[in-house]
Design a protein around this ligand. Structure first.
Ligand code: NOJ
Ligand code: CA
Length: 700
């Protein structure tokens, strides 16, 4: 703690100014806490009317101007003004923790904390605590509701937290509170033209600073949208609830952390672990049963329309078809086989309805018991599927038996789904009636954690589609391995428009800042429904495995298509899904991104690079490789004439020796990409005298 006092510059000024000619007293209070490196500073003041406000500076320059804090409550006056500062507590923390799986094995959690206690000066003299944590790479703060003398039930009508961005900025954002959940193409606008946005929202200011505003540890609370209220001032808007207050809680409780990741570059934003650090440590104990894995599945054919989820002549989830996928998975080293449409309830109008879904009854042409056993024999596992159509009332009733069935059959991962327009979640209220809720309201925050913890009791991992946004809860519940929560590959089957090349680059520096995404890459056929062209290249499909992180990755295309593209398929078979280290080598939001990751189970590195619709040449230094080691790089790059509108299948695969002193020139076609596997070279075995020498460099 001794170094802490030197790092933390705390000023508390309490002064009363009697304004000439008026009886109004103005009280200014000021407390500042700095990041461990001293660069970031968060200040708090209680303004004239007793309003608590905060601001953020970096290197002495304003990042966030004075911004309000507080709440509107349902059954009590607003918690927003008439406050005085009654206590400040500081703390410094520096620790390293190990991720059971992730983008890197070890994470440093290093911050200075300031706990600010506020109390109303008159009336009921209620308390409110705001806790600030300042890291080198950003700021998190949250509110604590203490047990109040007036009773402990709190109804939050609205949160008043503001983010007044100091400089003009460009913003990348998707609309919040609109008809869809999170499946939009990103808007790129001046900050001053943002409407109501989901988080993370990513900003690049006029001076080049990168800021992402989001939240961490969204537990039993409503998700936060950001509405621009004036100029560059954004304000929290909580996702509504059907029952009046947006959040109903018993005090004491804490809100989620409001987070600002702040960096000089887009790469710096991606490298930040702030969201994870603000979550609680693992609550599940030994999680060695949580397995990162790659999977194939009866899935893309439904999105192409050649199979149906529903029963009938085109039913995809048949016993014979599943055996074909299990054989394919076993032959190619995939652990998982996802099967959608296996259970009763898909016939008729299931979208946003879900009333007919059974999570224990298989269709008659799907022998789940025999298939689970067949898979096991081949060292493969079925991946479960629970599409709820957002009818959580029906799902929650069956949740226990549904998960028990999977546990009994050795199915240790389930993909859940909540297909319905935003606001279409059907939940059973305390009054015994069905209420319609948002996908990111308090009810759904509770529901997801209920599913995740029930699944954990049975050693099952969860991958939620149409989910609530990711706020880093994988640290606390490591079986919550991935989720969707953005426009995924499925839009390249039937979307209008499909995902333009820029979308995947946008994802890296927006959605992916929140956590892993089940994007389902690897459609090497580059063909969507009706033979439509997917705007991508083969090499880019490979790069997505490295660039868009998830501990579970699908090889989404059909087995028969992989048979047509064996060269590129080799990379999909090789690429790991669990990493000991991650480096962003270059990137600009919406333009391009290059990421290198080190395999957690070997000394191999993998590199992925993608661009928007512009061709690019990106020099990348391999100085992340070990000193003194010789490596061999297998490069999968866009071939001659490749491009998202050109020949998507033009791909060149070549192998060359490399070391940490090399700089590669990555040539990316329009809408293209590049994927590289870098492995330590085996020590040369002494060749027999008359054996032909091996070439150093071979081009396939
Ligand atoms: C939407 C999901 O994102 C997709 O992956 C799934 O196939 C369908 N819902 C059906 O559950
Ligand atoms: Ca979806």
């Amino acid at each position: 703690m001794s170094g802490f006092m030197a790092l933390l510059r705390l000023r508390v000024l309490l002064c009363a100014l009697l304004l000439a000619g008026t009886a109004q007293a103005q009280v200014a209070s000021d407390a500042t806490v700095r990041s461990p490196d001293g660069k970031l500073a968060v200040s708090l003041r209680v303004s004239g009317e007793g309003r608590p406000e905060y601001s953020i500076q970096r290197g002495g320059r304003p990042v966030i101007d004075w911004s309000r804090l507080g709440f509107i409550l349902a059954d009590a006056p607003k918690l927003e003004r008439n406050f005085e500062l009654v206590g400040l507590q500081e703390k410094s923390f520096d620790d390293r923790w190990e991720q059971p799986w992730g983008e890197r094995r070890f994470v440093r959690n290093h911050y200075n904390e300031q706990r600010v206690s506020l109390r109303e000066k008159t009336g009921e003299r209620r308390s409110l605590v705001v806790v600030f944590r300042v890291f080198d790479d950003g700021v998190g703060f949250r509110y604590e509701f203490l047990e109040q003398p007036q009773g402990s039930q709190i109804g939050i009508v609205e949160e008043l937290t503001e983010f007044a961005v100091a400089e003009p900025a460009t913003a990348w954002w998707i609309p919040g509170g609109e008809w869809n959940r999170y499946e939009y193409l990103y808007n790129k606008t001046p900050l001053a033209e943002v409407g109501q946005a989901h988080t993370p929202i990513t900003l690049k200011t006029a001076s080049g600073l990168h800021i992402a505003i989001h939240e961490a540890a969204l537990v039993d609370y409503a998700g936060m949208w950001l509405r621009r209220v004036s100029g560059r001032r954004l304000k929290a808007v909580l996702s509504p609830s059907s029952s009046g207050p947006k959040v109903s809680r018993k005090a004491p409780f804490t809100t989620p952390w409001r987070t600002l990741q702040i960096a000089d570059s887009a790469a710096g934003l991606y490298m930040s672990d702030l969201i994870l650090n603000l979550n609680e440590p693992n609550k599940l104990g030994d999680v060695s049963w949580v397995k990162p894995f790659k999977y194939v599945g009866i899935w893309w054919s439904m999105h192409l329309g050649t199979h149906t989820w529903a029963s009938g002549p085109k039913h995809g989830a048949t016993t014979a078809e599943t055996r074909r996928y299990i054989d394919f998975a076993a032959a190619n080293g995939f652990r998982g086989v996802l099967v959608e449409g296996w259970n009763e309830g898909w016939d008729g109008d299931w979208f946003a309805n879900g009333k007919d879904f059974s999570f224990t009854e298989a269709y008659p042409d799907f022998d789940i018991v025999a298939l689970a056993a067949y898979a096991k024999k081949k060292s493969v596992r079925l991946v479960g599927h629970h599409e709820t159509a957002a009818n959580i009332a029906v799902y929650e009733k069956q949740l226990g038996p549904a998960l028990d069935l999977y546990a009994k059959l050795g199915i240790d991962a389930v993909k859940t789904g909540y297909v319905a327009d935003a606001g279409g979640v059907q939940a059973l209220g305390d009054d015994g009636r069905i209420h319609f809720e948002w996908h990111d309201g308090q009810i759904q925050a509770r529901h997801h954690l209920r599913v995740v913890t029930e699944a954990a009791r049975r050693h099952i991992s969860v991958n939620a589609h149409e989910p609530i946004k990711d706020t880093g809860l994988r640290r606390t519940y490591p079986n919550w391995v991935a989720r969707e929560g953005a426009r995924g590959m499925e839009y390249n089957a039937w979307g209008d428009p499909k995902n333009p090349p820029e979308h995947e680059v946008n994802l890296v520096f927006t959605r992916m800042l929140a956590g892993p995404m089940d994007y389902t890459p690897g459609v090497l056929s580059l063909t969507g429904s009706g033979g439509s062209r997917i705007p991508s290249t083969e090499a880019r499909q490979l790069a997505l495995y490295v660039v868009l992180y998830s501990p579970i990755q699908m090889a989404a295309d059909l087995p028969e298509n992989y048979a047509k593209y064996p060269k590129a398929f080799q990379f999909i078979k090789d690429v790991p899904v669990d990493w000991s280290d991650t480096r962003v080598l270059n990137g600009e939001v919406g333009d391009y991104a290059t990421i290198a990751r080190k395999d957690r189970r070997s000394d191999d590195w993998y590199l992925g690079s993608i661009t928007d619709e512009s061709p690019r040449v990106l020099p990348v230094s391999l100085d992340f490789l070990d000193e003194g080691k010789k490596y061999s790089a297998t490069i999968y790059r866009d071939g001659k004439g490749a491009g998202f509108e050109g020949d998507g299948h033009a791909i060149t695969v070549e192998t060359r020796p490399v070391s940490r002193y090399d700089t590669l020139r990555l040539e990316l076609a329009p809408g293209g990409g590049q994927a590289i596997r870098i492995s330590p070279r085996k020590p040369a075995v002494k060749k027999k005298e008359n054996k032909k020498p091996q070439p150093e460099f071979d081009v396939e």
